[in-house]
Design a binder for this molecule. Structure first.
Ligand code: DGY
Length: 317
């Protein structure tokens, strides 16, 4: 059975896939173009896909009737048209759980980098600009006693909340109500309007869906406190990037820390000019341990489906 892997993955995961079928893995140092993808998947029983691959009905048709499973190496699967694949009898799997801590670590790291001006200080020194210690030099703001507003208290949102608690923050959240987590964390469920108007930090942890696209638009940004900051480690299109650049330029919010972008790998050029913005190139899950675990989990999902078993992480249609 032919297994197509659209971009290089760790060898341990390739080994798992080899037990299940004949593996073809792209060795290009870039995402496959749509035409290349369609050609590569011809005859595939399984596709191991990445977040930059658009996997829709046409890709499934290019693979042919033998396609059984698309294993996305990510927890998010907004790049996959799950309904179109279901119509063709193709199962979709993802990799939840294994990237929770890595992503929350990065989100909290970005928050600290922003509020304590770490990236800005690093830029100042590298630019060899003169400086001297004094009591008013490069002051940031502390987190203790501040309110973190989490939009989407799923696994990663909860991991972010635990980190924030350790830093003495209060937690409010919106999205789906999660009473068990709420009680453990001492978090308070609020309407999104209240979250936006009261939080000192708004951190996004909801998946990208038609309902959450541009959830943070100009109205949401102007509802936030002028002293508040936004952290986005979920998916770029949850934020209207143009509206964010406007809000930051006008001082409607104090800053933003972004790991994801609306048109990756492009970044809205105005964001690059602002010292009130910290940027990383979609590094949420980028640790050796996590990426290895994600690839392994995707490979186990493929092996299960091709072996006629229920995979560990089927995506609900
Ligand atoms: C995910 O898993 O959805 C991340 O964005 C990529 O690691």
């Amino acid at each position: 059975m032919r297994i197509v892997v659209t971009r290089r993955i760790p060898e341990a995961a390739v080994e798992t896939l080899r037990q299940a079928g004949e593996v073809w893995m792209s060795d290009a140092d870039r995402a496959l173009e749509p035409g290349e993808l369609a050609e590569a998947v011809d005859g595939a029983a399984a596709i191991v896909s990445m977040i930059h691959d658009r996997i829709d009905g046409s890709v499934a048709d290019a693979a042919g009737p033998g396609l059984c499973v698309v294993a996305n190496v990510a927890v998010g699967y907004d790049n996959v048209d799950v309904a179109a694949l279901a119509e063709r009898g193709v199962l979709v799997t993802n990799t939840p759980g294994v990237l929770t801590d890595a992503t929350a670590d990065l989100a909290f790291g970005l928050l600290l980098a922003l509020t304590r001006r770490i990236a800005e200080g690093d830029r100042l020194l590298r630019a060899r600009r003169p400086w001297s210690f004094h009591l008013g030099f490069m002051l940031g703001s502390g987190l203790r006693g501040k309110t973190l507003g989490i939009i989407g208290l799923g696994q990663i949102g909860q991991a972010m909340a635990w980190r924030a608690k350790a830093f003495g923050m209060q937690i409010v959240y919106s999205g789906r109500s999660r009473s068990a987590a709420e009680a453990e964390l001492g978090a308070r469920f609020v309407a999104q309007e209240e979250l936006l108007t009261t939080a000192d930090v708004v951190s996004l942890h909801c998946p990208l869906t038609p309902e959450t696209r541009h959830l943070i638009d100009s109205a949401a940004l102007s509802a936030m406190k002028p002293s508040a900051v936004l952290v986005n480690t979920t998916r770029g299109p949850v934020v209207d990037e143009g509206a964010l650049a406007d809000a930051l330029t006008r001082g409607e919010i104090a800053g933003a820390a972004l790991d994801v972008f609306e048109r990756e790998p492009e970044v809205e050029p105005r964001l690059l000019e602002l010292d009130t913005v910290v940027l990383t190139p979609h590094l949420g899950s980028a640790t050796v341990e996590t990426r290895t675990a994600m690839a392994q989990l995707a490979a186990r999902n493929v092996a299960a489906v091709l072996g006629g078993e229920v995979p560990p992480n089927p995506v609900r249609q």
